[in-house]
Write a protein of this length. Structure first.
Length: 561
C-alpha cells in the first residue's frame, strides 16, 4: 500500500487494538472492501476504502477487494473495471486479493443444501406479496408460511429443481427457518436464495438461482478469513442474521465479526447509486464521469486529487452517528493540496482588450515567470508581453467605488511580473460596453516593480492578445441547489433540486505555454482557481475544468469559529 499511516483514532481502531491485545484471530487483521458492481464508486465509497485499506495498512493486515456480484440483472463488467481503476487511483492495492462473491456460488450452494438437510432452511412457494404479508410488522409478529413444514426430502427436491431451471422467477424461494415472531424483522425466516433467470457477467448461464446478500456476505467473509467486516449503519439490524448464518457452520475456518459505522452524507450531493444511475440514464449529466458527479471518476476528471480525497476522509473521521458533511470541507482539502502542487499560469476568463499606447508596435518581450511563488523547484516559463493584451472585464471600472484597487481611469496598477500601467482612455460601443482600454506603461517598472519605490495596490493577471490561445473553460457549480436533496417536500424528488446552472461553458484566453499541457494536469489560473485539463482537449482547443475557485468558504468559517 502506497499511502503512509496518518490515521486518527476511531472506535473501530480501538476495537481492533483490543482484539489484537486479547490475541483474537492470532493478532491478524483482515478487512475487505465489498462494492456491488452496479455503478461507479462515489465519494462515500472513498470513506469505506480509506477505512478498510487504511486499517489493513496500519495493522499490517490485508484488505481484499471483493465484488459483491449476486444480482445478475444489475451488474456489469464496465462497473468492475471502473471500480478497480478508482481504488488504485485512491492509492490502494489489493495485491493478489481480488475476489468475487460469484466465485463462491458452488460453496454457498453446498452450504444451503446442508441447511436444508439439517432442517434449518425450506423452500417457500408463497408469492413475494404473500411473503410480505406473512412477515408482519414492527409491532405485529409474522406468521408461518404454510410451506414451512415441508419435509427435508421435499425441500431438497424442490431446491434441486429450482437450480435446474424448472421453475419461473418468483415461484419459489429458499428461506432460513428461524422465527417468524422475532422482534428483529430481519430474522423472520429471511430469504436465502431466489430464482433469477438471468445472464451473470462472470458465471454466464450456469446458475438461475442466486444467493441473497445476507447469506452471501457473511459466508464470503468467512471463506476469506476476514476478521473485521466493516459496513454502514443501515446493516445494523442485519448483524444478528450475519451471526446466525455463521453460527450454523461451526466448522468454517474463520469467524468474522461485523461492525457498523456512519455512512458519509455530503451537502448538495446525492450518494446513492440508485439515484446516480437515474442522473446518468436520464441524461441529466453527461455520464458517470461527468465532473459534476460525486463519483470518484467525476472528481478525478474535475481535477480532484487522491491526496485531497484521502485528506478529506481522514478529517471527517469514522463515527457511529449519522451526520452531514459540508462539501466546503472537501473543496478546502483540494485547495490545500493543489496550493502546494499546482503551477501558476495566467488565463483571462472574461476578456477585455487593453492597448498600451506608448509601447512600440510589433515588439514582444518574453518575461520569465516562476511556476510557483514559493517553490523554486517548480521552475519557470517565458510569457510574452506586447502592446495589446487581455485583462478580466471585472478588473476595470469606469466609476469605481472607494477601495477599488484595480484599473480605472487615471489609476495605476501592476501587471503581474510585467509593468505598471495607468489608464488613459476608455473606448465603448453604442451600448456603453467597454470594448478597449487604453493605458500607458512605465518602462522603469520592468518586472512589476518601480525603481523609485512607488507603490500600487492592485496586481492584475493578463494574457498577450496576439499570443493568447482560445481555451474552452467549463465552470461548475453545485449539482444541487438544496443542501439535502434526499430530503424533499411532498411530491418532489431529488431531481427537482438539480441546479440548472451547474455548468457554464466559456471561451477564455490562456497563455501560450499551456499549448503543450497534458490531459489530467492541474493548474492554478492566477487569481481565479484550480483547473484541470479535460480529455476532450485537442491541440487546437484545450479544455479546462474548473475544479474549485480560490475563495475558501471553509477556511473562513473555521476562522470565525
Ligand atoms: P449506495 O447506497 O450508494 O448504492 P451501497 O452501499 O449499495 O451504496 P456498495 O457497492 O454495496 O454500495 O458499497 C460498498 C461498500 O461501500 C459498502 O461496505 C458500503 O457500506 C460502503 N459505502 C457505500 N456508500 C457509503 C457511504 N456513503 N459512506 C461510507 N461508506 C459507504
Ligand atoms: Mg449495496
Amino acid at each position: 500500500m502506497t499511502t503512509e499511516n496518518t490515521s486518527a483514532p476511531n472506535f473501530i481502531r480501538t476495537i481492533i487494538e483490543a482484539d489484537i491485545a486479547a490475541g483474537k484471530n492470532d493478532g491478524r487483521v483482515g478487512t475487505r472492501f465489498p462494492p456491488e458492481p452496479n455503478g461507479y464508486l462515489h465519494i462515500g465509497h472513498a470513506k469505506s476504502i480509506c477505512l478498510n485499506f487504511g486499517l489493513a495498512r496500519d495493522f499490517g493486515g490485508t484488505c481484499n477487494l471483493r465484488f459483491d456480484d449476486t444480482n445478475p440483472t444489475k451488474e456489469e463488467v464496465e462497473y468492475v473495471d471502473s471500480i478497480q481503476e478508482d481504488v488504485r487511483w485512491m492509492g490502494f492495492d489489493w495485491g493478489e486479493n481480488r475476489f468475487y462473491a460469484s466465485n463462491y456460488f458452488e460453496r454457498l450452494h453446498a452450504l444451503a443444501v446442508r441447511l436444508i438437510e439439517e432442517g434449518k432452511a425450506y423452500v417457500d412457494s408463497l408469492s413475494a406479496e404473500e411473503i410480505r404479508q406473512y412477515r408482519g410488522t414492527l409491532t405485529e409478529p409474522g406468521k408461518n408460511s404454510p410451506y414451512r413444514d415441508r419435509s427435508v426430502e421435499e425441500n431438497l427436491d424442490l431446491f434441486t429443481r429450482m437450480k435446474n431451471g424448472e421453475f419461473e422467477d418468483g415461484t419459489h424461494v429458499l428461506r432460513a427457518k428461524i422465527d417468524m415472531t422475532a422482534p428483529n424483522m430481519v430474522m423472520r425466516d429471511p430469504t436465502l436464495y431466489r430464482i433469477r433467470k438471468a445472464h451473470h457477467h462472470k458465471t454466464g448461464d450456469t446458475w438461475c438461482i442466486y444467493p441473497m446478500y445476507d447469506y452471501t456476505h457473511c459466508l464470503s467473509d468467512a471463506f476469506e478469513c476476514i476478521t473485521h467486516s466493516i459496513c454502514t449503519l443501515e446493516f445494523e439490524n442485519n448483524r444478528e442474521l450475519y451471526d446466525w448464518v455463521l453460527d450454523q457452520f461451526p466448522d468454517l475456518p474463520c469467524r468474522p465479526r461485523q461492525y457498523e459505522f456512519a455512512r458519509l452524507n455530503l451537502s448538495y450531493t446525492v450518494l446513492s447509486k440508485r439515484k446516480l444511475i437515474q442522473l446518468v440514464e436520464e441524461k441529466l449529466v453527461s455520464g458517470w464521469t461527468d465532473p459534476r458527479m460525486p463519483t470518484l471518476s467525476g472528481f478525478r476528471r474535475r481535477g480532484y486529487t487522491p491526496e485531497a480525497i484521502r485528506d478529506f476522509c481522514e478529517r471527517i473521521g469514522v463515527a457511529r452517528a449519522d451526520n452531514m458533511v459540508d462539501i466546503a470541507l472537501l473543496e478546502h482539502c483540494l485547495r490545500e493540496d493543489l496550493n502546494n502542487r499546482a503551477p501558476r499560469v495566467m488565463a483571462v476568463q472574461d476578456p477585455v482588450k487593453v492597448v498600451v499606447m506608448n509601447y512600440p508596435e510589433g515588439e514582444v518581450e518574453w518575461i520569465d515567470f516562476p511556476y510557483h511563488p514559493e517553490d523554486e523547484s517548480m521552475g519557470s516559463r517565458q510569457v510574452p508581453f506586447s502592446r495589446e493584451f487581455y485583462i478580466e472585464r471585472a478588473d476595470f471600472m469606469e466609476n469605481p467605488p472607494k477601495k477599488y484597487f484595480r484599473l480605472s481611469p487615471g489609476k495605476e496598477v501592476r501587471l503581474r511580473y510585467a509593468y505598471y500601467i495607468t489608464c488613459v482612455d476608455v473606448i465603448k460601443d453604442s451600448d456603453g460596453t467597454v470594448t478597449e482600454i487604453h493605458v500607458e506603461y512605465d518602462p522603469k517598472t520592468k518586472g512589476g516593480w518601480s525603481e523609485d519605490g512607488r507603490k500600487v495596490k492592485g496586481t492584475l493577471h493578463w494574457v498577450s492578445a496576439q499570443h493568447a490561445i482560445d481555451a474552452e473553460v467549463r465552470l461548475y457549480d453545485r449539482l444541487f441547489t438544496k443542501e439535502n436533496p434526499n430530503d424533499m417536500e411532498e411530491g418532489k424528488t431529488f431531481k427537482d433540486a438539480l441546479n440548472p446552472d451547474s455548468l457554464t461553458v466559456i471561451t477564455a484566453k490562456v497563455e501560450p505555454s499551456l499549448k503543450t499541457a497534458e490531459v489530467g494536469t492541474h493548474w492554478q489560473f492566477e487569481r481565479l482557481g484550480y483547473y484541470c485539463i479535460d480529455p476532450d482537449s485537442t491541440p487546437e482547443k484545450p479544455v479546462f475544468n474548473r475544479a474549485v475557485g480560490l475563495r475558501d468558504s471553509w477556511a473562513k468559517k473555521a476562522k470565525k469559529g
